[in-house]
Design a binder for this molecule. Sequence first.
Ligand SMILES: [Zn+2]
Length: 184
Amino acid sequence: MAAPMTFREKLNGPWHERALQAFLVIIIAHWAEHVAQAYQVYVLGWAPHQAGGVLGQAFPWLVHSEVLHYGYALVMLAGIWAMLPGFVGRSRTWWLVALVIQFWHHIEHALLQAQAIAGHPFFGRPVPTSILQLWLPRLELHLFYNTVVFIPMMVGMYYHLFPSAPEASGMRCSCAWHSAPTTA
Ligand SMILES: [Zn+2]
């Protein structure tokens, strides 16, 4: 009799498809907020501090709470890491790229969070500032970060949904849109 599956084995096996779908809904909603914020600034001409995306208009504290930004970055990092074993072949390579970029994005948020806890910004700036923010404004930088994490995730997802036959034979989940050719 086989040993009972661990949580992470289930997550990368029978639960992979559902978990990825739920993860994607959250990611797209969050990303849409960043796009909405850019729209408010560039098209509507709002001041960046006032531009809170869609939810931020009703709940400004959502956008101005550093701990929520940090928490989201951490959840993203944990989610990408937790679902990595389910990806094989080319999809794994792209998912790993997303993991590495999100790791750095998360470090940037940790740095912002540290400034919020310390009660004063670093680098002699008037507001909490991350490393790449020394060269790019925060709105553009995080639109960029969310985009460069999203793209390799989408490519990885594509190869995960449409695997080659050898890749499909290594998969333990139900994500592939076609089943591997039977060898029987
Ligand atoms: Zn899968």
